[in-house]
Design a binder for this molecule. Structure first.
Ligand SMILES: *Cc1c(COP(=O)(O)O)cnc(C)c1O
Length: 383
């Protein structure tokens, strides 16, 4: 079997039927001609399907080991899409510390009576077992969690969910298929904000949902067309282009992140580092089991209070202060007001997100420069 590193380079390459271009062309057309009144070609209308979107969906599905990939216009659209498989009274079991946007979506959908949701600390085995007795129709998993990098056992949760007939969906955005394969651990869906590692260059907003079976994939494709949330041809083209270097980027970004985590871990102005690549991290063992590496996201708490934390965030020069992640450029963010600003303060506190927490997405810059940048910023704060 060809390695996935080879497969992603080969995806859609040399597939152009018109001129034999090596790189597949970008098809912007919103329409495709019918051959006769009752015979259409492979494509008819751009919302329903498009060659670039189909190519991207196939490529991600191949990396994830799934049957089908549905490309959406954002990660949130992908998460919303999976909820279309549920009936109005069905229960979703979601992590209490899930992505802020997911928390907001599910909370407000539940308030509207469109579905029911229960947030639970999935690292708490007892709480999880109790929640499972409420017979959720869908169990959502996010590991490592954002921003505290907490890990949960995908295989164990999927097994428990399967036993009660629930579907399982893993938000795999933080690691990408280069480091974690949820479908092989028993999940029905692997969801991505392709805005992050898959595109990897901070210039596309998009999403994808890969399903284990063709049947579930077709249901999702039907809903994506029905609701009109499919991704654009241009974004699909860009995302596949970005994905070709996914493995190479992840290797280097992860090496940078590991070095930064070690540096911060020893630093006297740092209270705590959250990174599953550190031996001291509670997720270290599980990461060895279900991930093929710790990834390139980490967070840390600054000693002192909000003022010190603000000074670190505003003192860095290479790290850009911005909420996204997974690109080649290093980013620094303050979850309280940025990624998790949409969450109620009480929900944030319950999730353990403090006002001294900083999250960083480690990019491809020279390791020494990144460490020097953080070091200089930390040196300036008073203790
Ligand atoms: C960014 C993100 C999303 C949402 O994706 P968008 O592309 O911003 O809509 C969902 N889950 C996680 C873990 C994310 O980081």
């Amino acid at each position: 079997m060809t390695d996935k590193r080879t497969k992603i380079i080969q995806a859609e390459i040399g597939s152009d039927p018109a001129y034999g271009s090596v790189t597949a062309p970008l098809y912007m057309s919103s329409n495709y001609r019918f051959k006769s009144i009752d015979e259409k070609g492979d494509f008819d209308y751009g919302r329903t399907s498009n060659p670039n979107r189909r190519g991207l969906g196939k490529a991600v599905a191949q990396l994830e080991g799934g049957a089908h990939g549905v490309v959406t216009c954002s990660g949130m659209a992908a998460i919303d899409l999976v909820t279309n498989l549920l009936e109005a009274n069905d229960l979703i079991l979601a992590p209490h510390d899930c992505y802020g946007g997911t928390h907001r979506l599910l909370t407000h959908r539940a308030e509207q009576g469109r579905l029911r949701v229960k947030f639970v600390d999935q690292t708490d085995e007892k709480a999880l077992a109790v929640a499972m007795t409420e017979k959720p129709a869908l169990v959502m998993i996010e590991t490592p969690s954002n921003p505290l990098m907490r890990l949960v056992d995908i295989a164990a949760i999927c097994k428990a969910a399967k036993a009660i007939g629930a579907l399982t969906a893993v938000d795999n955005t933080f690691l990408s298929p280069a480091r974690q394969l949820p479908l092989s651990l028993g999940a029905d869906f692997s969801i991505h904000s392709t805005t992050k590692y898959l595109n990897g260059h901070g210039d596309v907003v998009g999403g994808v949902i890969v399903s284990k079976t063709q049947e579930l994939g077709e249901k999702l494709a039907w809903w994506a067309n029905c609701a009109g949330v499919t991704g654009s041809p241009y974004d699909s083209y860009m995302t596949l282009r970005g994905m070709r270097t996914l493995f190479a980027r992840m290797d280097l970004q992860e090496a940078n992140a590991s070095a930064i985590a070690k540096f911060l871990h020893k630093h006297k102005k740092v209270e705590r580092v959250y990174y599953p690549g550190l031996r001291s991290d509670p997720g270290y063992k599980l990461a060895k089991k279900q991930q093929s590496g710790p990834g390139a996201m980490l967070s840390f708490e600054v000693k002192g209070g909000f003022e010190q934390t603000k000074a670190v965030l505003e003192g860095v020069k290479i790290f850009q202060m911005a909420p996204s992640l997974g690109g080649v450029e290093s980013l620094i963010c303050f979850p309280t007001t940025m990624t998790h600003g949409g969450m109620a303060p009480e929900a944030r506190e319950l999730a353990g997100i403090k006002d001294t927490l900083i999250r960083i997405s480690v990019g491809l810059e020279a390791q020494e420069d990144l460490i020097a940048d953080l070091s200089a910023s930390l040196a300036k704060i008073g203790t």
